[in-house]
Design a protein around this ligand. Structure first.
Ligand SMILES: [Fe+2]
Ligand SMILES: [Fe+2]
Length: 297
């Protein structure tokens, strides 16, 4: 297993810098931490995200048509989640670990960061994983930044999980357990479905959860997703502070949430809904409000 010290960030690629910065800051309530330009052909924006674990967000925008991001955006048919990034104590150990499982990583060494990439098609199940030895961009040892009160935002409390659509969740679970120490803590879905199964994993640092979704029916929406796009990120789930504020923020932006669901766990209420990728930088977003902190999975 590769030792992971911090889940640093989730990264979105898009051609529309202005629109996504507006979405991330004004709607999600993230705050810009840093902006830079890379010779590798892109602009980057790093965001602070609410939550004590300091899991951040990143936006990458290609600066020319030859950029690797342009290729990604074309294949992805628009913006979407490009990679996730985790801090490791030793790149050498990670390389050794991957090679012992016959996974050939992509390795780069820049100023201060030794990166080991798990390619979407070579072990990543449609998602690029960046493992880096070096200083965290979203340093969990620093105190949580103060977020300006923004009642027009959806009011995110923290990132809960990232869900990946995969052909066979059991084999991906086994691989992620061996590689990253992810562990299954719940098999679902909670509302019985004849279309799909889900497998919720706890990550090694417990900073976010992970979810694997597989189809069990040839007509299911997961099967359609896999047929059209292949394996890859399916949705991201945020816990919100205040359901009324979240709904008002959607209304103000003329976003129509769908698939509302309300229930209780141990007599505590929770509410869920989804926001369409066309309004969310290519990501299907799930919002969840829980009456009691930590009850919802
Ligand atoms: Fe990144
Ligand atoms: Fe989910």
């Amino acid at each position: 297993m590769i030792k992971i010290t911090h889940f640093d960030h989730i990264s979105t690629a898009s051609e529309n810098q202005e629109r996504e910065i507006d979405l991330f800051t004004n709607f999600f309530g993230f705050q810009i931490r840093t902006e830079w330009h890379s010779d590798e052909g892109f602009y980057g924006v790093g965001f602070n995200v609410p939550g004590k674990d300091r899991v951040g967000w990143e936006l990458l925008v290609p600066d020319n048509n030859e950029s690797f991001l342009t290729g990604f955006l074309k294949k992805n048919k628009g913006p979407g989640i490009h990679h996730v990034s985790m801090q490791i104590p030793s790149a050498e150990e990670a390389i050794h670990n991957l090679e012992s499982l016959n996974i050939q990583p992509v390795i780069t060494k820049g100023e201060g960061h030794h990166n080991v990439y798990l390619h979407p098609k070579r072990g990543g199940a449609g998602l690029l994983f960046q493992l880096f030895e070096g200083e965290a961009w979203n340093n969990p040892d620093l105190p949580e930044p103060t977020f300006k009160k923004n009642i027009n935002s959806v009011g995110i409390k923290r990132i809960h999980h990232l869900a990946q659509a995969v052909i066979d969740e059991a084999s991906v679970e086994a691989r992620y357990e061996k590689l990253f120490g992810y562990k299954s803590i719940m098999r679902g879905p909670r509302k019985t479905s004849n279309e799909f199964v889900t497998n919720v994993l706890e990550t090694q640092t417990k900073e976010i959860h992970w979810e694997l979704i597989s189809s069990i029916n040839d007509d299911s929406f997961i099967k359609k997703f896999l047929n059209e796009r292949g394996e890859g990120p399916h949705h991201v789930t945020f816990i919100v502070n205040d359901w009324k504020q979240a709904m008002r923020a959607c209304k103000n932006r003329e976003i129509e949430p769908f698939e509302f669901y309300e229930n209780t766990i141990n007599n505590s209420k929770y509410i869920e809904c989804f926001l369409h990728p066309r309004d969310m930088a290519g990501m299907l977003v799930q919002l969840v409000w829980e009456e009691k902190e930590g009850i919802w999975i």
